[in-house]
Design a protein around this ligand. Structure first.
Ligand code: IPE
Ligand code: IPE
Ligand code: MG
Length: 235
């Protein structure tokens, strides 16, 4: 038996490669998103099984609105269906949170999100954070706006704004910084995901398309993470 290494506390996953997965099969892009949603279901439950504390999925970026109306509405339909399935999460002890500019999403989706957050708020298993209409820069800007409003109202002294104060205004609130960011699809970039929260993250880039990602792929990424030496600027 090998030495038991600690799991990362917080993993972020950039779910990329759905379009290419569909293209390889001669299918429309939205078939790739449907397959990607299935992978998401599997990985979310697996993370709960292995006892992970926080898992943040990049579902839809502030830049993804550039895609065709057909593709965007296909993604919103998948999201709606998935939100309905979340009724089962409270019973499975899975907690969900949504990070992003949610007000720009269709009203019914916002209602479903509120319901899912409320229903699962007391769960103590994995916390799934779904980054939807999320951008790392937008996250920082909305936090700055909240602080400036408080300052204007005389409720916050600018001299008291430390990194620790600032971080509580981010969508991630009390969730600890991300330890490991996994990006499948063969791209080597962050694409505006968790910019603040990833300052000292480890990155694992994988040459696999998201719909093909398996629990074993997550195990492999975690195992690579466990072999890294994190120094946080120390020695
Ligand atoms: C990720 O897959 C899903 C979203 C960004 C919504 P892509 O749709 O970006 O897949 P590729 O990169 O085109 O293969
Ligand atoms: C990042 O993937 C966004 C999500 C996975 C939601 P993209 O496919 O949008 O990123 P780029 O365009 O390749 O950088
Ligand atoms: Mg992509």
């Amino acid at each position: 038996m090998g030495e038991e290494k600690a799991l990362p506390t917080h993993i972020g996953i950039i779910m990329d490669g759905n379009g290419r997965w569909a293209k390889k099969r001669g299918l429309p892009r939205n078939f790739g998103h449907r397959a990607g949603a299935n992978t998401f279901r599997t990985i979310a439950r697996y993370a709960n099984q292995i006892g992970l504390s926080y898992l943040t999925f990049y579902v839809f970026s502030t830049e993804n609105w550039k895609r065709s109306q057909e593709e965007v509405s296909g993604i919103m339909t998948l999201l709606r269906n998935y939100l309905d399935e979340m009724d089962a999460y409270a019973g499975e002890n899975i907690k969900v949170k949504f990070w992003g500019n949610l007000q720009a999403l269709p009203e019914d989706i916002q209602q479903k999100m509120k319901r899912a957050e409320k229903e699962t708020e007391n769960a103590t298993g994995v916390q799934l954070n779904l980054a939807i209409n999320y951008g790392g820069r937008a996250d920082i800007v909305q936090a700055a706006k909240q602080l400036m409003t408080l300052a204007k109202e005389g409720k916050m002294d600018p001299n008291e704004v430390t990194e620790d104060v600032f971080r509580r205004f981010l969508y991630s609130e009390e969730v600890p910084d991300v330890d490991l960011i996994i990006r499948p699809s063969g791209e080597y970039r962050l694409s505006n995901f968790l910019i603040w929260q990833s300052a000292y993250a480890e990155y694992v880039f994988m040459d696999i398309l998201w719909p093909d990602f398996k629990p074993a792929s997550l195990d492999a990424a975690i195992s690579e993470y466990q072999h890294r030496s994190r120094r946080f600027g120390g020695v």
